[in-house]
Design a protein around this ligand. Structure first.
Ligand code: NAD
Length: 787
């Protein structure tokens, strides 16, 4: 017999398996065969694929591969249910969500076990994290349903929403998507990942036991092909996708110009930064949670461990010592730390990455854990000797593989952390709150955890910067993603193009002396190509000439805008002063601008100039008033939702209200700290070229606003393709919007294709929070407090 003292030394203990029979019973009730859940009932099972338990390869169920027709009937069902769902009061909708939350809690053990056998994640995690958090999302949004109309004024539900989710948190991702969508008054068609559909099917069945009206939630199972049918279907109003950046790009392309709202929650390569003054033992536990939670199959996994050089050796040995104690084994065992990877494909992918890591010169260290003989298991893995250029430092492995790199100064830490195309999350460990907050403010990520990691809550938004996608899930900011401004329905196809058609823009010879120059980097510059175009007045007379901008001019303008990024760092009050000054200076020249507009349009320009002055004044006021919020996070955490500038904006102005529309688009963007490359109206570009004289005399730093005149259809694509442009607004006709959205996939820039023909003079339509929200992205900063 084992000596008790020996046991205390070794801390060895036997397996403590959770009883999985409730899940197997549920599967048997369905004869282990499932159709889709459409219009409140099961469809007859179709062409099937198998759902397997990754821990032992056994087949759990046969599921139906969704066809085009299946997707079509699910969308029809959601469409049919939409008006009656919306005719319910918010309170009534909230009651359904509340009942669903209770239903999840009542069946929490069944959900946890089913998720564990389907996905391979430890029962400890499904039981204590996935399922409780899923219920929390429904409770939270049950509360939003009656509030949403009042608290999100000027907005309406988007309509029918298509949702596609990955396999790493199947039930939780469903909750993140379905709860806000229903609370905001939409109906849903959701496609779970092909490896892990079972909890979504159980969820559908149980929701309808709560009396959820048929068609409000529909589930279609299948792989990427089914996902593509859902993406390509014309009758959805929004798509919400969580998954890989590659598929996110495809979806962006496929939906370009469709007017569908789109949110993308994509991959990451998140930094986990440990400073020399960190509480090292806590940070080591943080590492375990950051990379080995859920087998590392976490979009925001802290997969790049950046450690200050002075403590690197000690910290590495502590991490290794801790790795040796991690247990990998049956996911149903309540005492294990890591379960099985989701599928042999994922196992092979990780093995491949590890081989590449070794070939590129990285040093691989794996703890000597006992792995089960069969099933998709992989040990916790640490790579040292990795350089920034190595594949493992750049690409998302999506598994339990950590790379350790070192830095000396906090400047270097920030540079290393931001040295990635992604921008999902980051974790900072330091006992110096000053240092931690400073680094947090410089990180280009949607979430920052200080002295903690992998914190989630329904009240807080989650989502990425850069190629980690756009849009947020959770909290107030996530709710906005399921509403649409009433004015922001599809831009009407003909409005702006009317003016395009009416006027002729003859190419003129190189009469450069009479040409109004462009404005780049704070200087008036001649067009690179040396060509100009004539500007014809309302009565047909020649008003002057403007430069015919080309690709090179746009590139120069983007470079100037990028190098003016300090604008985002100056205080809001200072930015406000500049905008007030702009308003003052425009007012001082109002006669001149009114005349310019009148000769172009034949209508007195007085009112438009006055409205433009007021708009500048208004956004000057907003500079220090568009604030973040403090989320009601779990006890012991302060979560700050901070609106931050997005970066370099491309703005394509409409033909209507040449001065007012330009000012209405430009001023919220710069008020929030972005820099801009602006392509003005073609019919009335002189309002813009005269405006740069106002810019030049109003203390606007060089490069903050750049104006390139010329053909919008030639210049907009160059902006859309440019990887240093972070967002594009286009208040123009549909065709140009489609081109812009298609070309924006390179760096997944945020796009806003909106109506150019809106009534810009109406301050309820032409200005306000909608513009400011679109000019910013929210960073959620988690700061713990207490012992
Ligand atoms: P994936 O992109 O391969 O698949 C995600 C989903 O999209 C699945 O349901 C899949 O069937 C579907 N799909 C695949 N091809 C499609 C297509 N052409 N059109 C429409 N749908 C298609 O990703 P995955 O391997 O399931 O998940 C891992 C990825 O998800 C990782 O990159 C991870 O970082 C990311 N992820 C991100 C978040 C987040 O919140 N940012 C959360 C979880 C996972």
């Amino acid at each position: 017999m084992t000596d008790i003292e020996e046991l205390f030394d070794e801390l060895e203990y036997g397996p403590a398996l959770e009883d999985a029979s409730p899940a197997y019973d549920w599967l048997r009730q369905h004869k282990n065969v499932f159709g889709h859940w459409i219009a409140g009932k099961w469809t007859t099972p179709g062409r099937d694929f198998k759902s397997k338990n990754p821990a032992d390869g056994s087949i759990l169920a046969e599921l139906s591969q969704g066809t085009k027709d299946d997707v079509d009937s699910a969308i029809c069902s959601a469409r049919l249910a939409l008006s009656s769902w919306q005719s319910l009061s918010g309170y009534q909708r909230g009651q359904y969500l509340y009942a669903i939350a209770r239903q999840i809690q009542k069946n929490s053990r069944l959900f946890a076990v089913l998720e564990t056998i389907d996905n391979g994640k430890p029962i400890r995690e499904t039981r204590d994290i996935d399922v409780p958090l899923a219920a929390r999302h429904f409770y939270h949004h049950a509360g939003w349903a009656p509030l949403v109309d009042k608290e999100l004024p000027g907005s309406q539900p988007v309509g029918v929403v298509g949702q596609i989710i990955p396999w790493n948190f199947p039930l939780l991702m469903l909750a993140w998507k379905v709860a806000p969508a229903l609370a905001a008054g939409n109906t849903v068609v959701l496609k779970p990942a092909e490896y892990t559909s079972l909890t979504a099917l159980l969820f559908a069945e149980l929701s309808y036991q709560c009396g959820l009206p048929k068609g409000v939630l529909n589930i279609v199972t299948g792989d990427g092909e089914t996902g593509r049918f859902l993406v390509e279907h014309r009758a959805t109003d929004k798509l919400a996708f969580t998954g890989s950046t590659e598929v996110g790009r495809e979806i962006r392309k496929a939906t370009a110009g469709s007017g569908k709202a789109l949110t993308l929650e994509l991959g990451g390569k998140s930094p986990f930064i440990v400073f020399s003054d960190a509480d090292m033992d806590s940070a080591v536990e943080g590492v375990v949670d950051g990379i080995w939670f859920n087998q590392g199959e976490v979009c925001c996994a802290g997969s790049r461990l950046l450690v200050q050089e002075s403590i690197a050796e000690v910290f590495e040995s502590k991490v290794k010592r801790r790795m040796a104690t991690l247990r990998v084994g049956s996911p149903l065992d309540k005492a294990i730390d890591m379960g099985a990877l989701v599928d042999p494909i994922q196992l092979r992918r990780i093995q491949r990455y590890v081989e590449i890591g070794k070939t590129e010169g990285g040093i691989c260290w794996q703890s000597e854990v006992d792995l089960p003989e069969e099933g998709c298991f992989f040990p916790p893995t640490l790579f040292t000797g990795v350089h920034s250029s190595h594949t493992l430092a750049r690409e998302e492995v999506f598994g339990p593989v950590l790379v350790l790199m070192t830095f000396r100064t906090h400047e270097e830490a920030t540079l290393l952390a931001n040295n990635t195309r992604y921008g999902l999350a980051a974790s900072i460990w330091s006992e110096n709150i000053n240092l931690a907050l400073d680094v947090a403010s410089r990180l280009e990520t949607g979430v920052v955890w200080i002295n903690s990691t992998n914190q989630f809550d329904a009240a807080s938004g989650f989502g990425g910067y850069r190629e980690s996608g756009f849009g947020r899930e959770g909290g107030l900011e996530g709710l906005w993603a399921y509403r649409r401004a009433k004015e922001d329905l599809l831009p009407d196809e003909k409005s702006s193009s009317r003016l395009f058609e009416k006027k002729q823009y003859p190419k003129s010879s190189k009469t450069l002396d009479r040409t109004r120059k462009m404005y780049i980097g704070g200087k008036q510059v001649r067009p690179d190509g040396g060509y100009s175009r004539s500007v014809i007045g309302y009565s047909g007379e020649l008003l002057g000439e403007v430069g015919e901008g080309n690709r090179k001019d746009i590139r120069n303008a983007v470079e100037a805008a990028k190098s003016a990024s300090r604008w985002s760092k100056i205080g809001a009050h200072e930015r406000a002063q500049v905008l007030y000054f702009l308003a003052e200076n425009l007012e001082a020249r109002s006669e001149e601008f009114a005349k310019c507009l009148a000769t172009s349009t034949g209508i007195s320009g007085q009112q438009e100039v006055q409205s433009s002055v007021r708009r500048l004044f208004s956004y000057a006021s907003w500079c220090d008033k568009f604030e973040g919020i403090v989320h009601q996070a779990p006890a012991g955490q302060i979560v700050l939702a901070l609106p931050e500038p997005i970066g370099v904006f491309g703005i394509i102005c409409p033909e209507e209200s040449a001065l007012l529309a330009m000012v209405s688009l430009l001023s919220p963007a710069i008020a929030m700290g972005n820099t801009v490359v602006l392509v003005p109206s073609e019919g009335c570009p002189l309002a813009a070229t005269d405006f740069y004289q106002v810019l030049a005399t109003s203390d606007v730093p060089a490069g903050v606003v750049n104006i390139v005149t010329g053909s919008k259809s030639s210049l907009a694509p160059v902006l859309a393709e440019h990887d240093d442009v972070d967002a594009i607004w286009c208040a123009e006709h549909v065709e140009l919007g489609q081109i812009i959205e298609k070309l924006s996939v390179g760096n997944l820039k945020q796009t806003w294709i909106t109506k150019g023909s809106r009534n810009w003079a109406d301050s309820n339509i032409g200005e306000g929070r909608e513009f400011l929200r679109r000019a910013t992205q929210v960073k959620n900063l988690w700061v713990p407090y207490g012992e």
